[in-house]
Design a protein around this ligand. Structure first.
Ligand SMILES: [Zn+2]
Length: 307
């Protein structure tokens, strides 16, 4: 363990939010497209699954990484570096994932890890890939306060006309009813990062600022005015190990990463660096700068890509 970096706070939907249950409604249901709910203290709460947040962060990060000319797989099923990269060493040849799994079967986890880090893209390293869990986890975000008490929320329904995605033509009489969470609900979220270098934290910070400005939305029907969210009451808690009693985040990768000085932005408490509100945003901004300075130089590799 070299570093823990946690971001907590609230996600507030500033637009109607539809995160679907993803299954056919029961016969007699009032809506065709229902909002995902979870039972909590006898109440059906809407919530934002961690997997939805992770999906949005990864797909946005993919766009950012590619805009810098760095390689990035889509992360979709069967389209990660595990499937797309071929490795050729003096001993083995084949798909990265297969070679890694064969190493793992022989208990060669160190070799498997080295091969992964040499060949996978930055997104697979941060968010994970088959046989590799990644370095960031997103909790489910529930509309509950610090004491576990539910915040007020309400649902509404709008009727839409189904459009043929290919032709853009309106299906005759094909109306659907869409359920959504009305704007203004606070969802408590947390993001945990382990051992992420400063530039990688900066990539996540870049995604957060794109969400904050409304350039990135979550859930369904994003092109129809749904899914805009904002982060509120940000709280960052980070520490490097072994413990250091100074307001810096070390460079974790020689030649690529940079040390970040957070003097005047964080308070120190038992080895933890803590920042709240606007200071937390300023910490993220400093990390973002590291991301944009960290170049693709020195990160090319000798693999053949099938893309
Ligand atoms: Zn990848």
């Amino acid at each position: 363990m070299l570093r823990e970096f946690n971001i907590n706070g609230y996600i507030v939907n500033v637009e109607p939010l539809h995160i679907g249950a993803g299954k056919e409604p029961p016969l007699g249901s009032l809506v065709d497209l229902a909002v995902l709910r979870i039972k909590y203290m006898g109440i059906d709460l809407p919530y934002i699954p961690g997997s939805s947040l992770k999906g949005v962060f990864r797909s946005t990060a993919t766009t950012i990484v590619r805009s810098k000319g760095m390689k990035a797989c889509s992360g979709l099923s069967k389209e990660t570096c595990m499937e797309l990269e071929d490795v050729v060493t003096e001993r083995v040849k084949g798909e990265l994932g297969e070679v890694i799994r064969s190493y793992l079967r022989e208990n060669k986890s160190k070799e498997a890890m080295e091969l992964f880090f040499k060949n996978a893209c930055i997104l697979c390293k941060i968010f994970g890939a088959p046989s590799y869990t990644g370095k960031v986890t997103f909790s489910d975000a529930y509309p509950i306060d610090e004491n576990g008490k539910p915040f007020p929320f309400s649902f509404d329904i709008k009727t839409g006309i189904a459009i043929d995605r290919k032709t853009g033509a309106v299906y005759s009489g094909a109306l659907y009813t869409l359920e959504y969470v009305k704007p203004g609900v606070s969802f408590k979220f947390s993001i945990h990062c382990t051992n992420l270098p400063n530039y990688a934290l900066g990539l996540l910070a870049t995604v957060m600022s794109m969400i904050q400005t409304g350039d990135v939305k979550i859930g369904g029907f994003k092109t129809r005015g749904l899914g805009g969210i904002r982060f509120e009451k940000l709280f960052i808690r980070a520490r490097d190990l072994p413990k250091i009693e100074s307001p810096i985040l070390r460079s974790l990768e020689e030649g690529v990463d940079e040390e970040v000085d957070l003097s005047n932005l964080v308070t120190l408490k038992d080895g933890w660096l803590i920042a709240e509100g606007s200071s937390a945003w300023n910490v993220l901004r400093k990390l973002e700068e590291v991301w944009w300075r960290a170049g693709p130089k020195g990160r090319s590799n000798q693999t053949e890509s099938k893309r």
